[in-house]
Ligand binder design. Structure first.
Ligand code: ADP
Ligand code: MG
Length: 305
């Protein structure tokens, strides 16, 4: 399979993925498919603080891989590393088997790694359609090549509109982004991410602040999107995580304490102690992460190099 086919989201065949394909660890926490994005021993320090410590993570097509953990566990930092917004202090990131460690965000975005932000990152005065087209254009990088502008803009327009429709925002195309509800702004974030034609979607709390209906719509969209994408979902809403995730990785103080199927994670004693808390009769965690306090400083302090 060519890199272009992979970027368009085609699933690699077992045969085609033979030689040279990334060989992820296939432990209990490894995905069933071949990993698209593979992080090994990924670390990031801020002074003496190990915000991300020796993390192994594999994202595969057709899978939603949720990363959960208390506030400050390192989830957003992990996304910043995988999207190229932060350089790692150690470890390796491979995309389709290629070593992309240290690639800056624009280069990784062009290679197919898209992300949404924990806080809304849309252009308020611009319309929904304009926001999506701009995002598409940022990937096309044709804005300044005047002799190609007609074709380039048409492509960006088509890609932007397609992403907008996919995210369920066609009816709001002409509204300025600032007029959208909170939930619609989160949808627009995802639409803008889609407009850049990613294969990997890194989503930082896409359900934050959403009402029940908005959350249900977003979850339906994520289920649909996983068919063509490898999705990393950072989310605090445990009902949503357990409803939609194919795999769950649990972070505590920058490190992964477990990575497995939702049912195994739910049954994992260490995870229950560190994060999920007691369960009700149906096995649903009673303790929400916002209410769980990490042991102060436990495992965090590292001697500054
Ligand atoms: N740019 C930064 N400089 C210093 N410390 C940071 C920076 N970004 C994050 N941190 C720290 O790293 C830890 C992990 O943060 P973060 O990744 O945002 O956690 P989460 O998303 O799981 O809530 C926190 O202790 C946070 O204060
Ligand atoms: Mg965060």
């Amino acid at each position: 399979m060519t890199m272009d086919e992979q970027r368009r989201g085609a699933a690699p065949s077992r045969q085609a993925a033979g030689d040279g394909a990334p060989q992820g660890g296939r432990g209990a926490g490894a995905p069933a498919g071949d990993p698209v994005l593979l992080a090994s021993g990924l670390s990031r320090r801020f002074g003496g603080l190990a915000a991300v410590a020796d993390v192994d993570l594999a994202l595969a097509l057709h899978e939603i891989h949720a990363v959960i953990g208390t506030n400050g566990a390192g989830k957003s930092t992990l996304i910043n590393l995988l999207s190229g917004e932060l350089a790692p202090s150690g470890g390796q990131i491979r995309l389709h088997g290629e070593d992309v460690t240290g690639w800056p965000q624009p280069r990784l975005a062009r290679a197919g790694v898209g992300r949404s932000y924990q806080r809304n990152n849309v252009f308020g005065p611009l319309t929904v359609r304009e926001n999506c087209r701009l995002a598409a254009q940022s990937r096309a990088q044709r804005a300044w090549r005047l002799w190609e502008s007609a074709t380039g803009c048409r492509t960006a327009r088509a890609l932007g509109d397609e992403a907008m429709e996919r995210a369920g925002l066609a009816d709001s195309a002409h509204l300025p982004a600032m007029a959208l509800s909170h939930g619609q702004k989160r949808q627009l974030e995802v639409a803008m991410c889609l407009a850049t034609q990613p294969v990997v979607l890194l989503l930082d709390e896409p359900l934050a602040g959403m009402g029940q209906d908005e959350s249900a719509r977003m979850l339906a969209l994520l289920r649909e999107l996983k068919e063509g994408h490898a999705i990393l979902l950072v989310e605090h809403d445990m009902d949503a995580v357990f409803a939609v995730a194919d795999r769950i990785t649990v972070m505590v103080n920058g490190a992964v304490i477990a990575s497995d199927t939702p049912s195994s994670i739910r049954a994992n004693r260490e995870v229950q102690m560190a994060y999920l808390g007691e369960e009700d009769d149906a096995g649903v965690p009673l303790q929400q992460p916002e209410r769980v306090q990490a042991a102060p400083g436990a495992g965090r302090a590292e001697r500054a190099a």
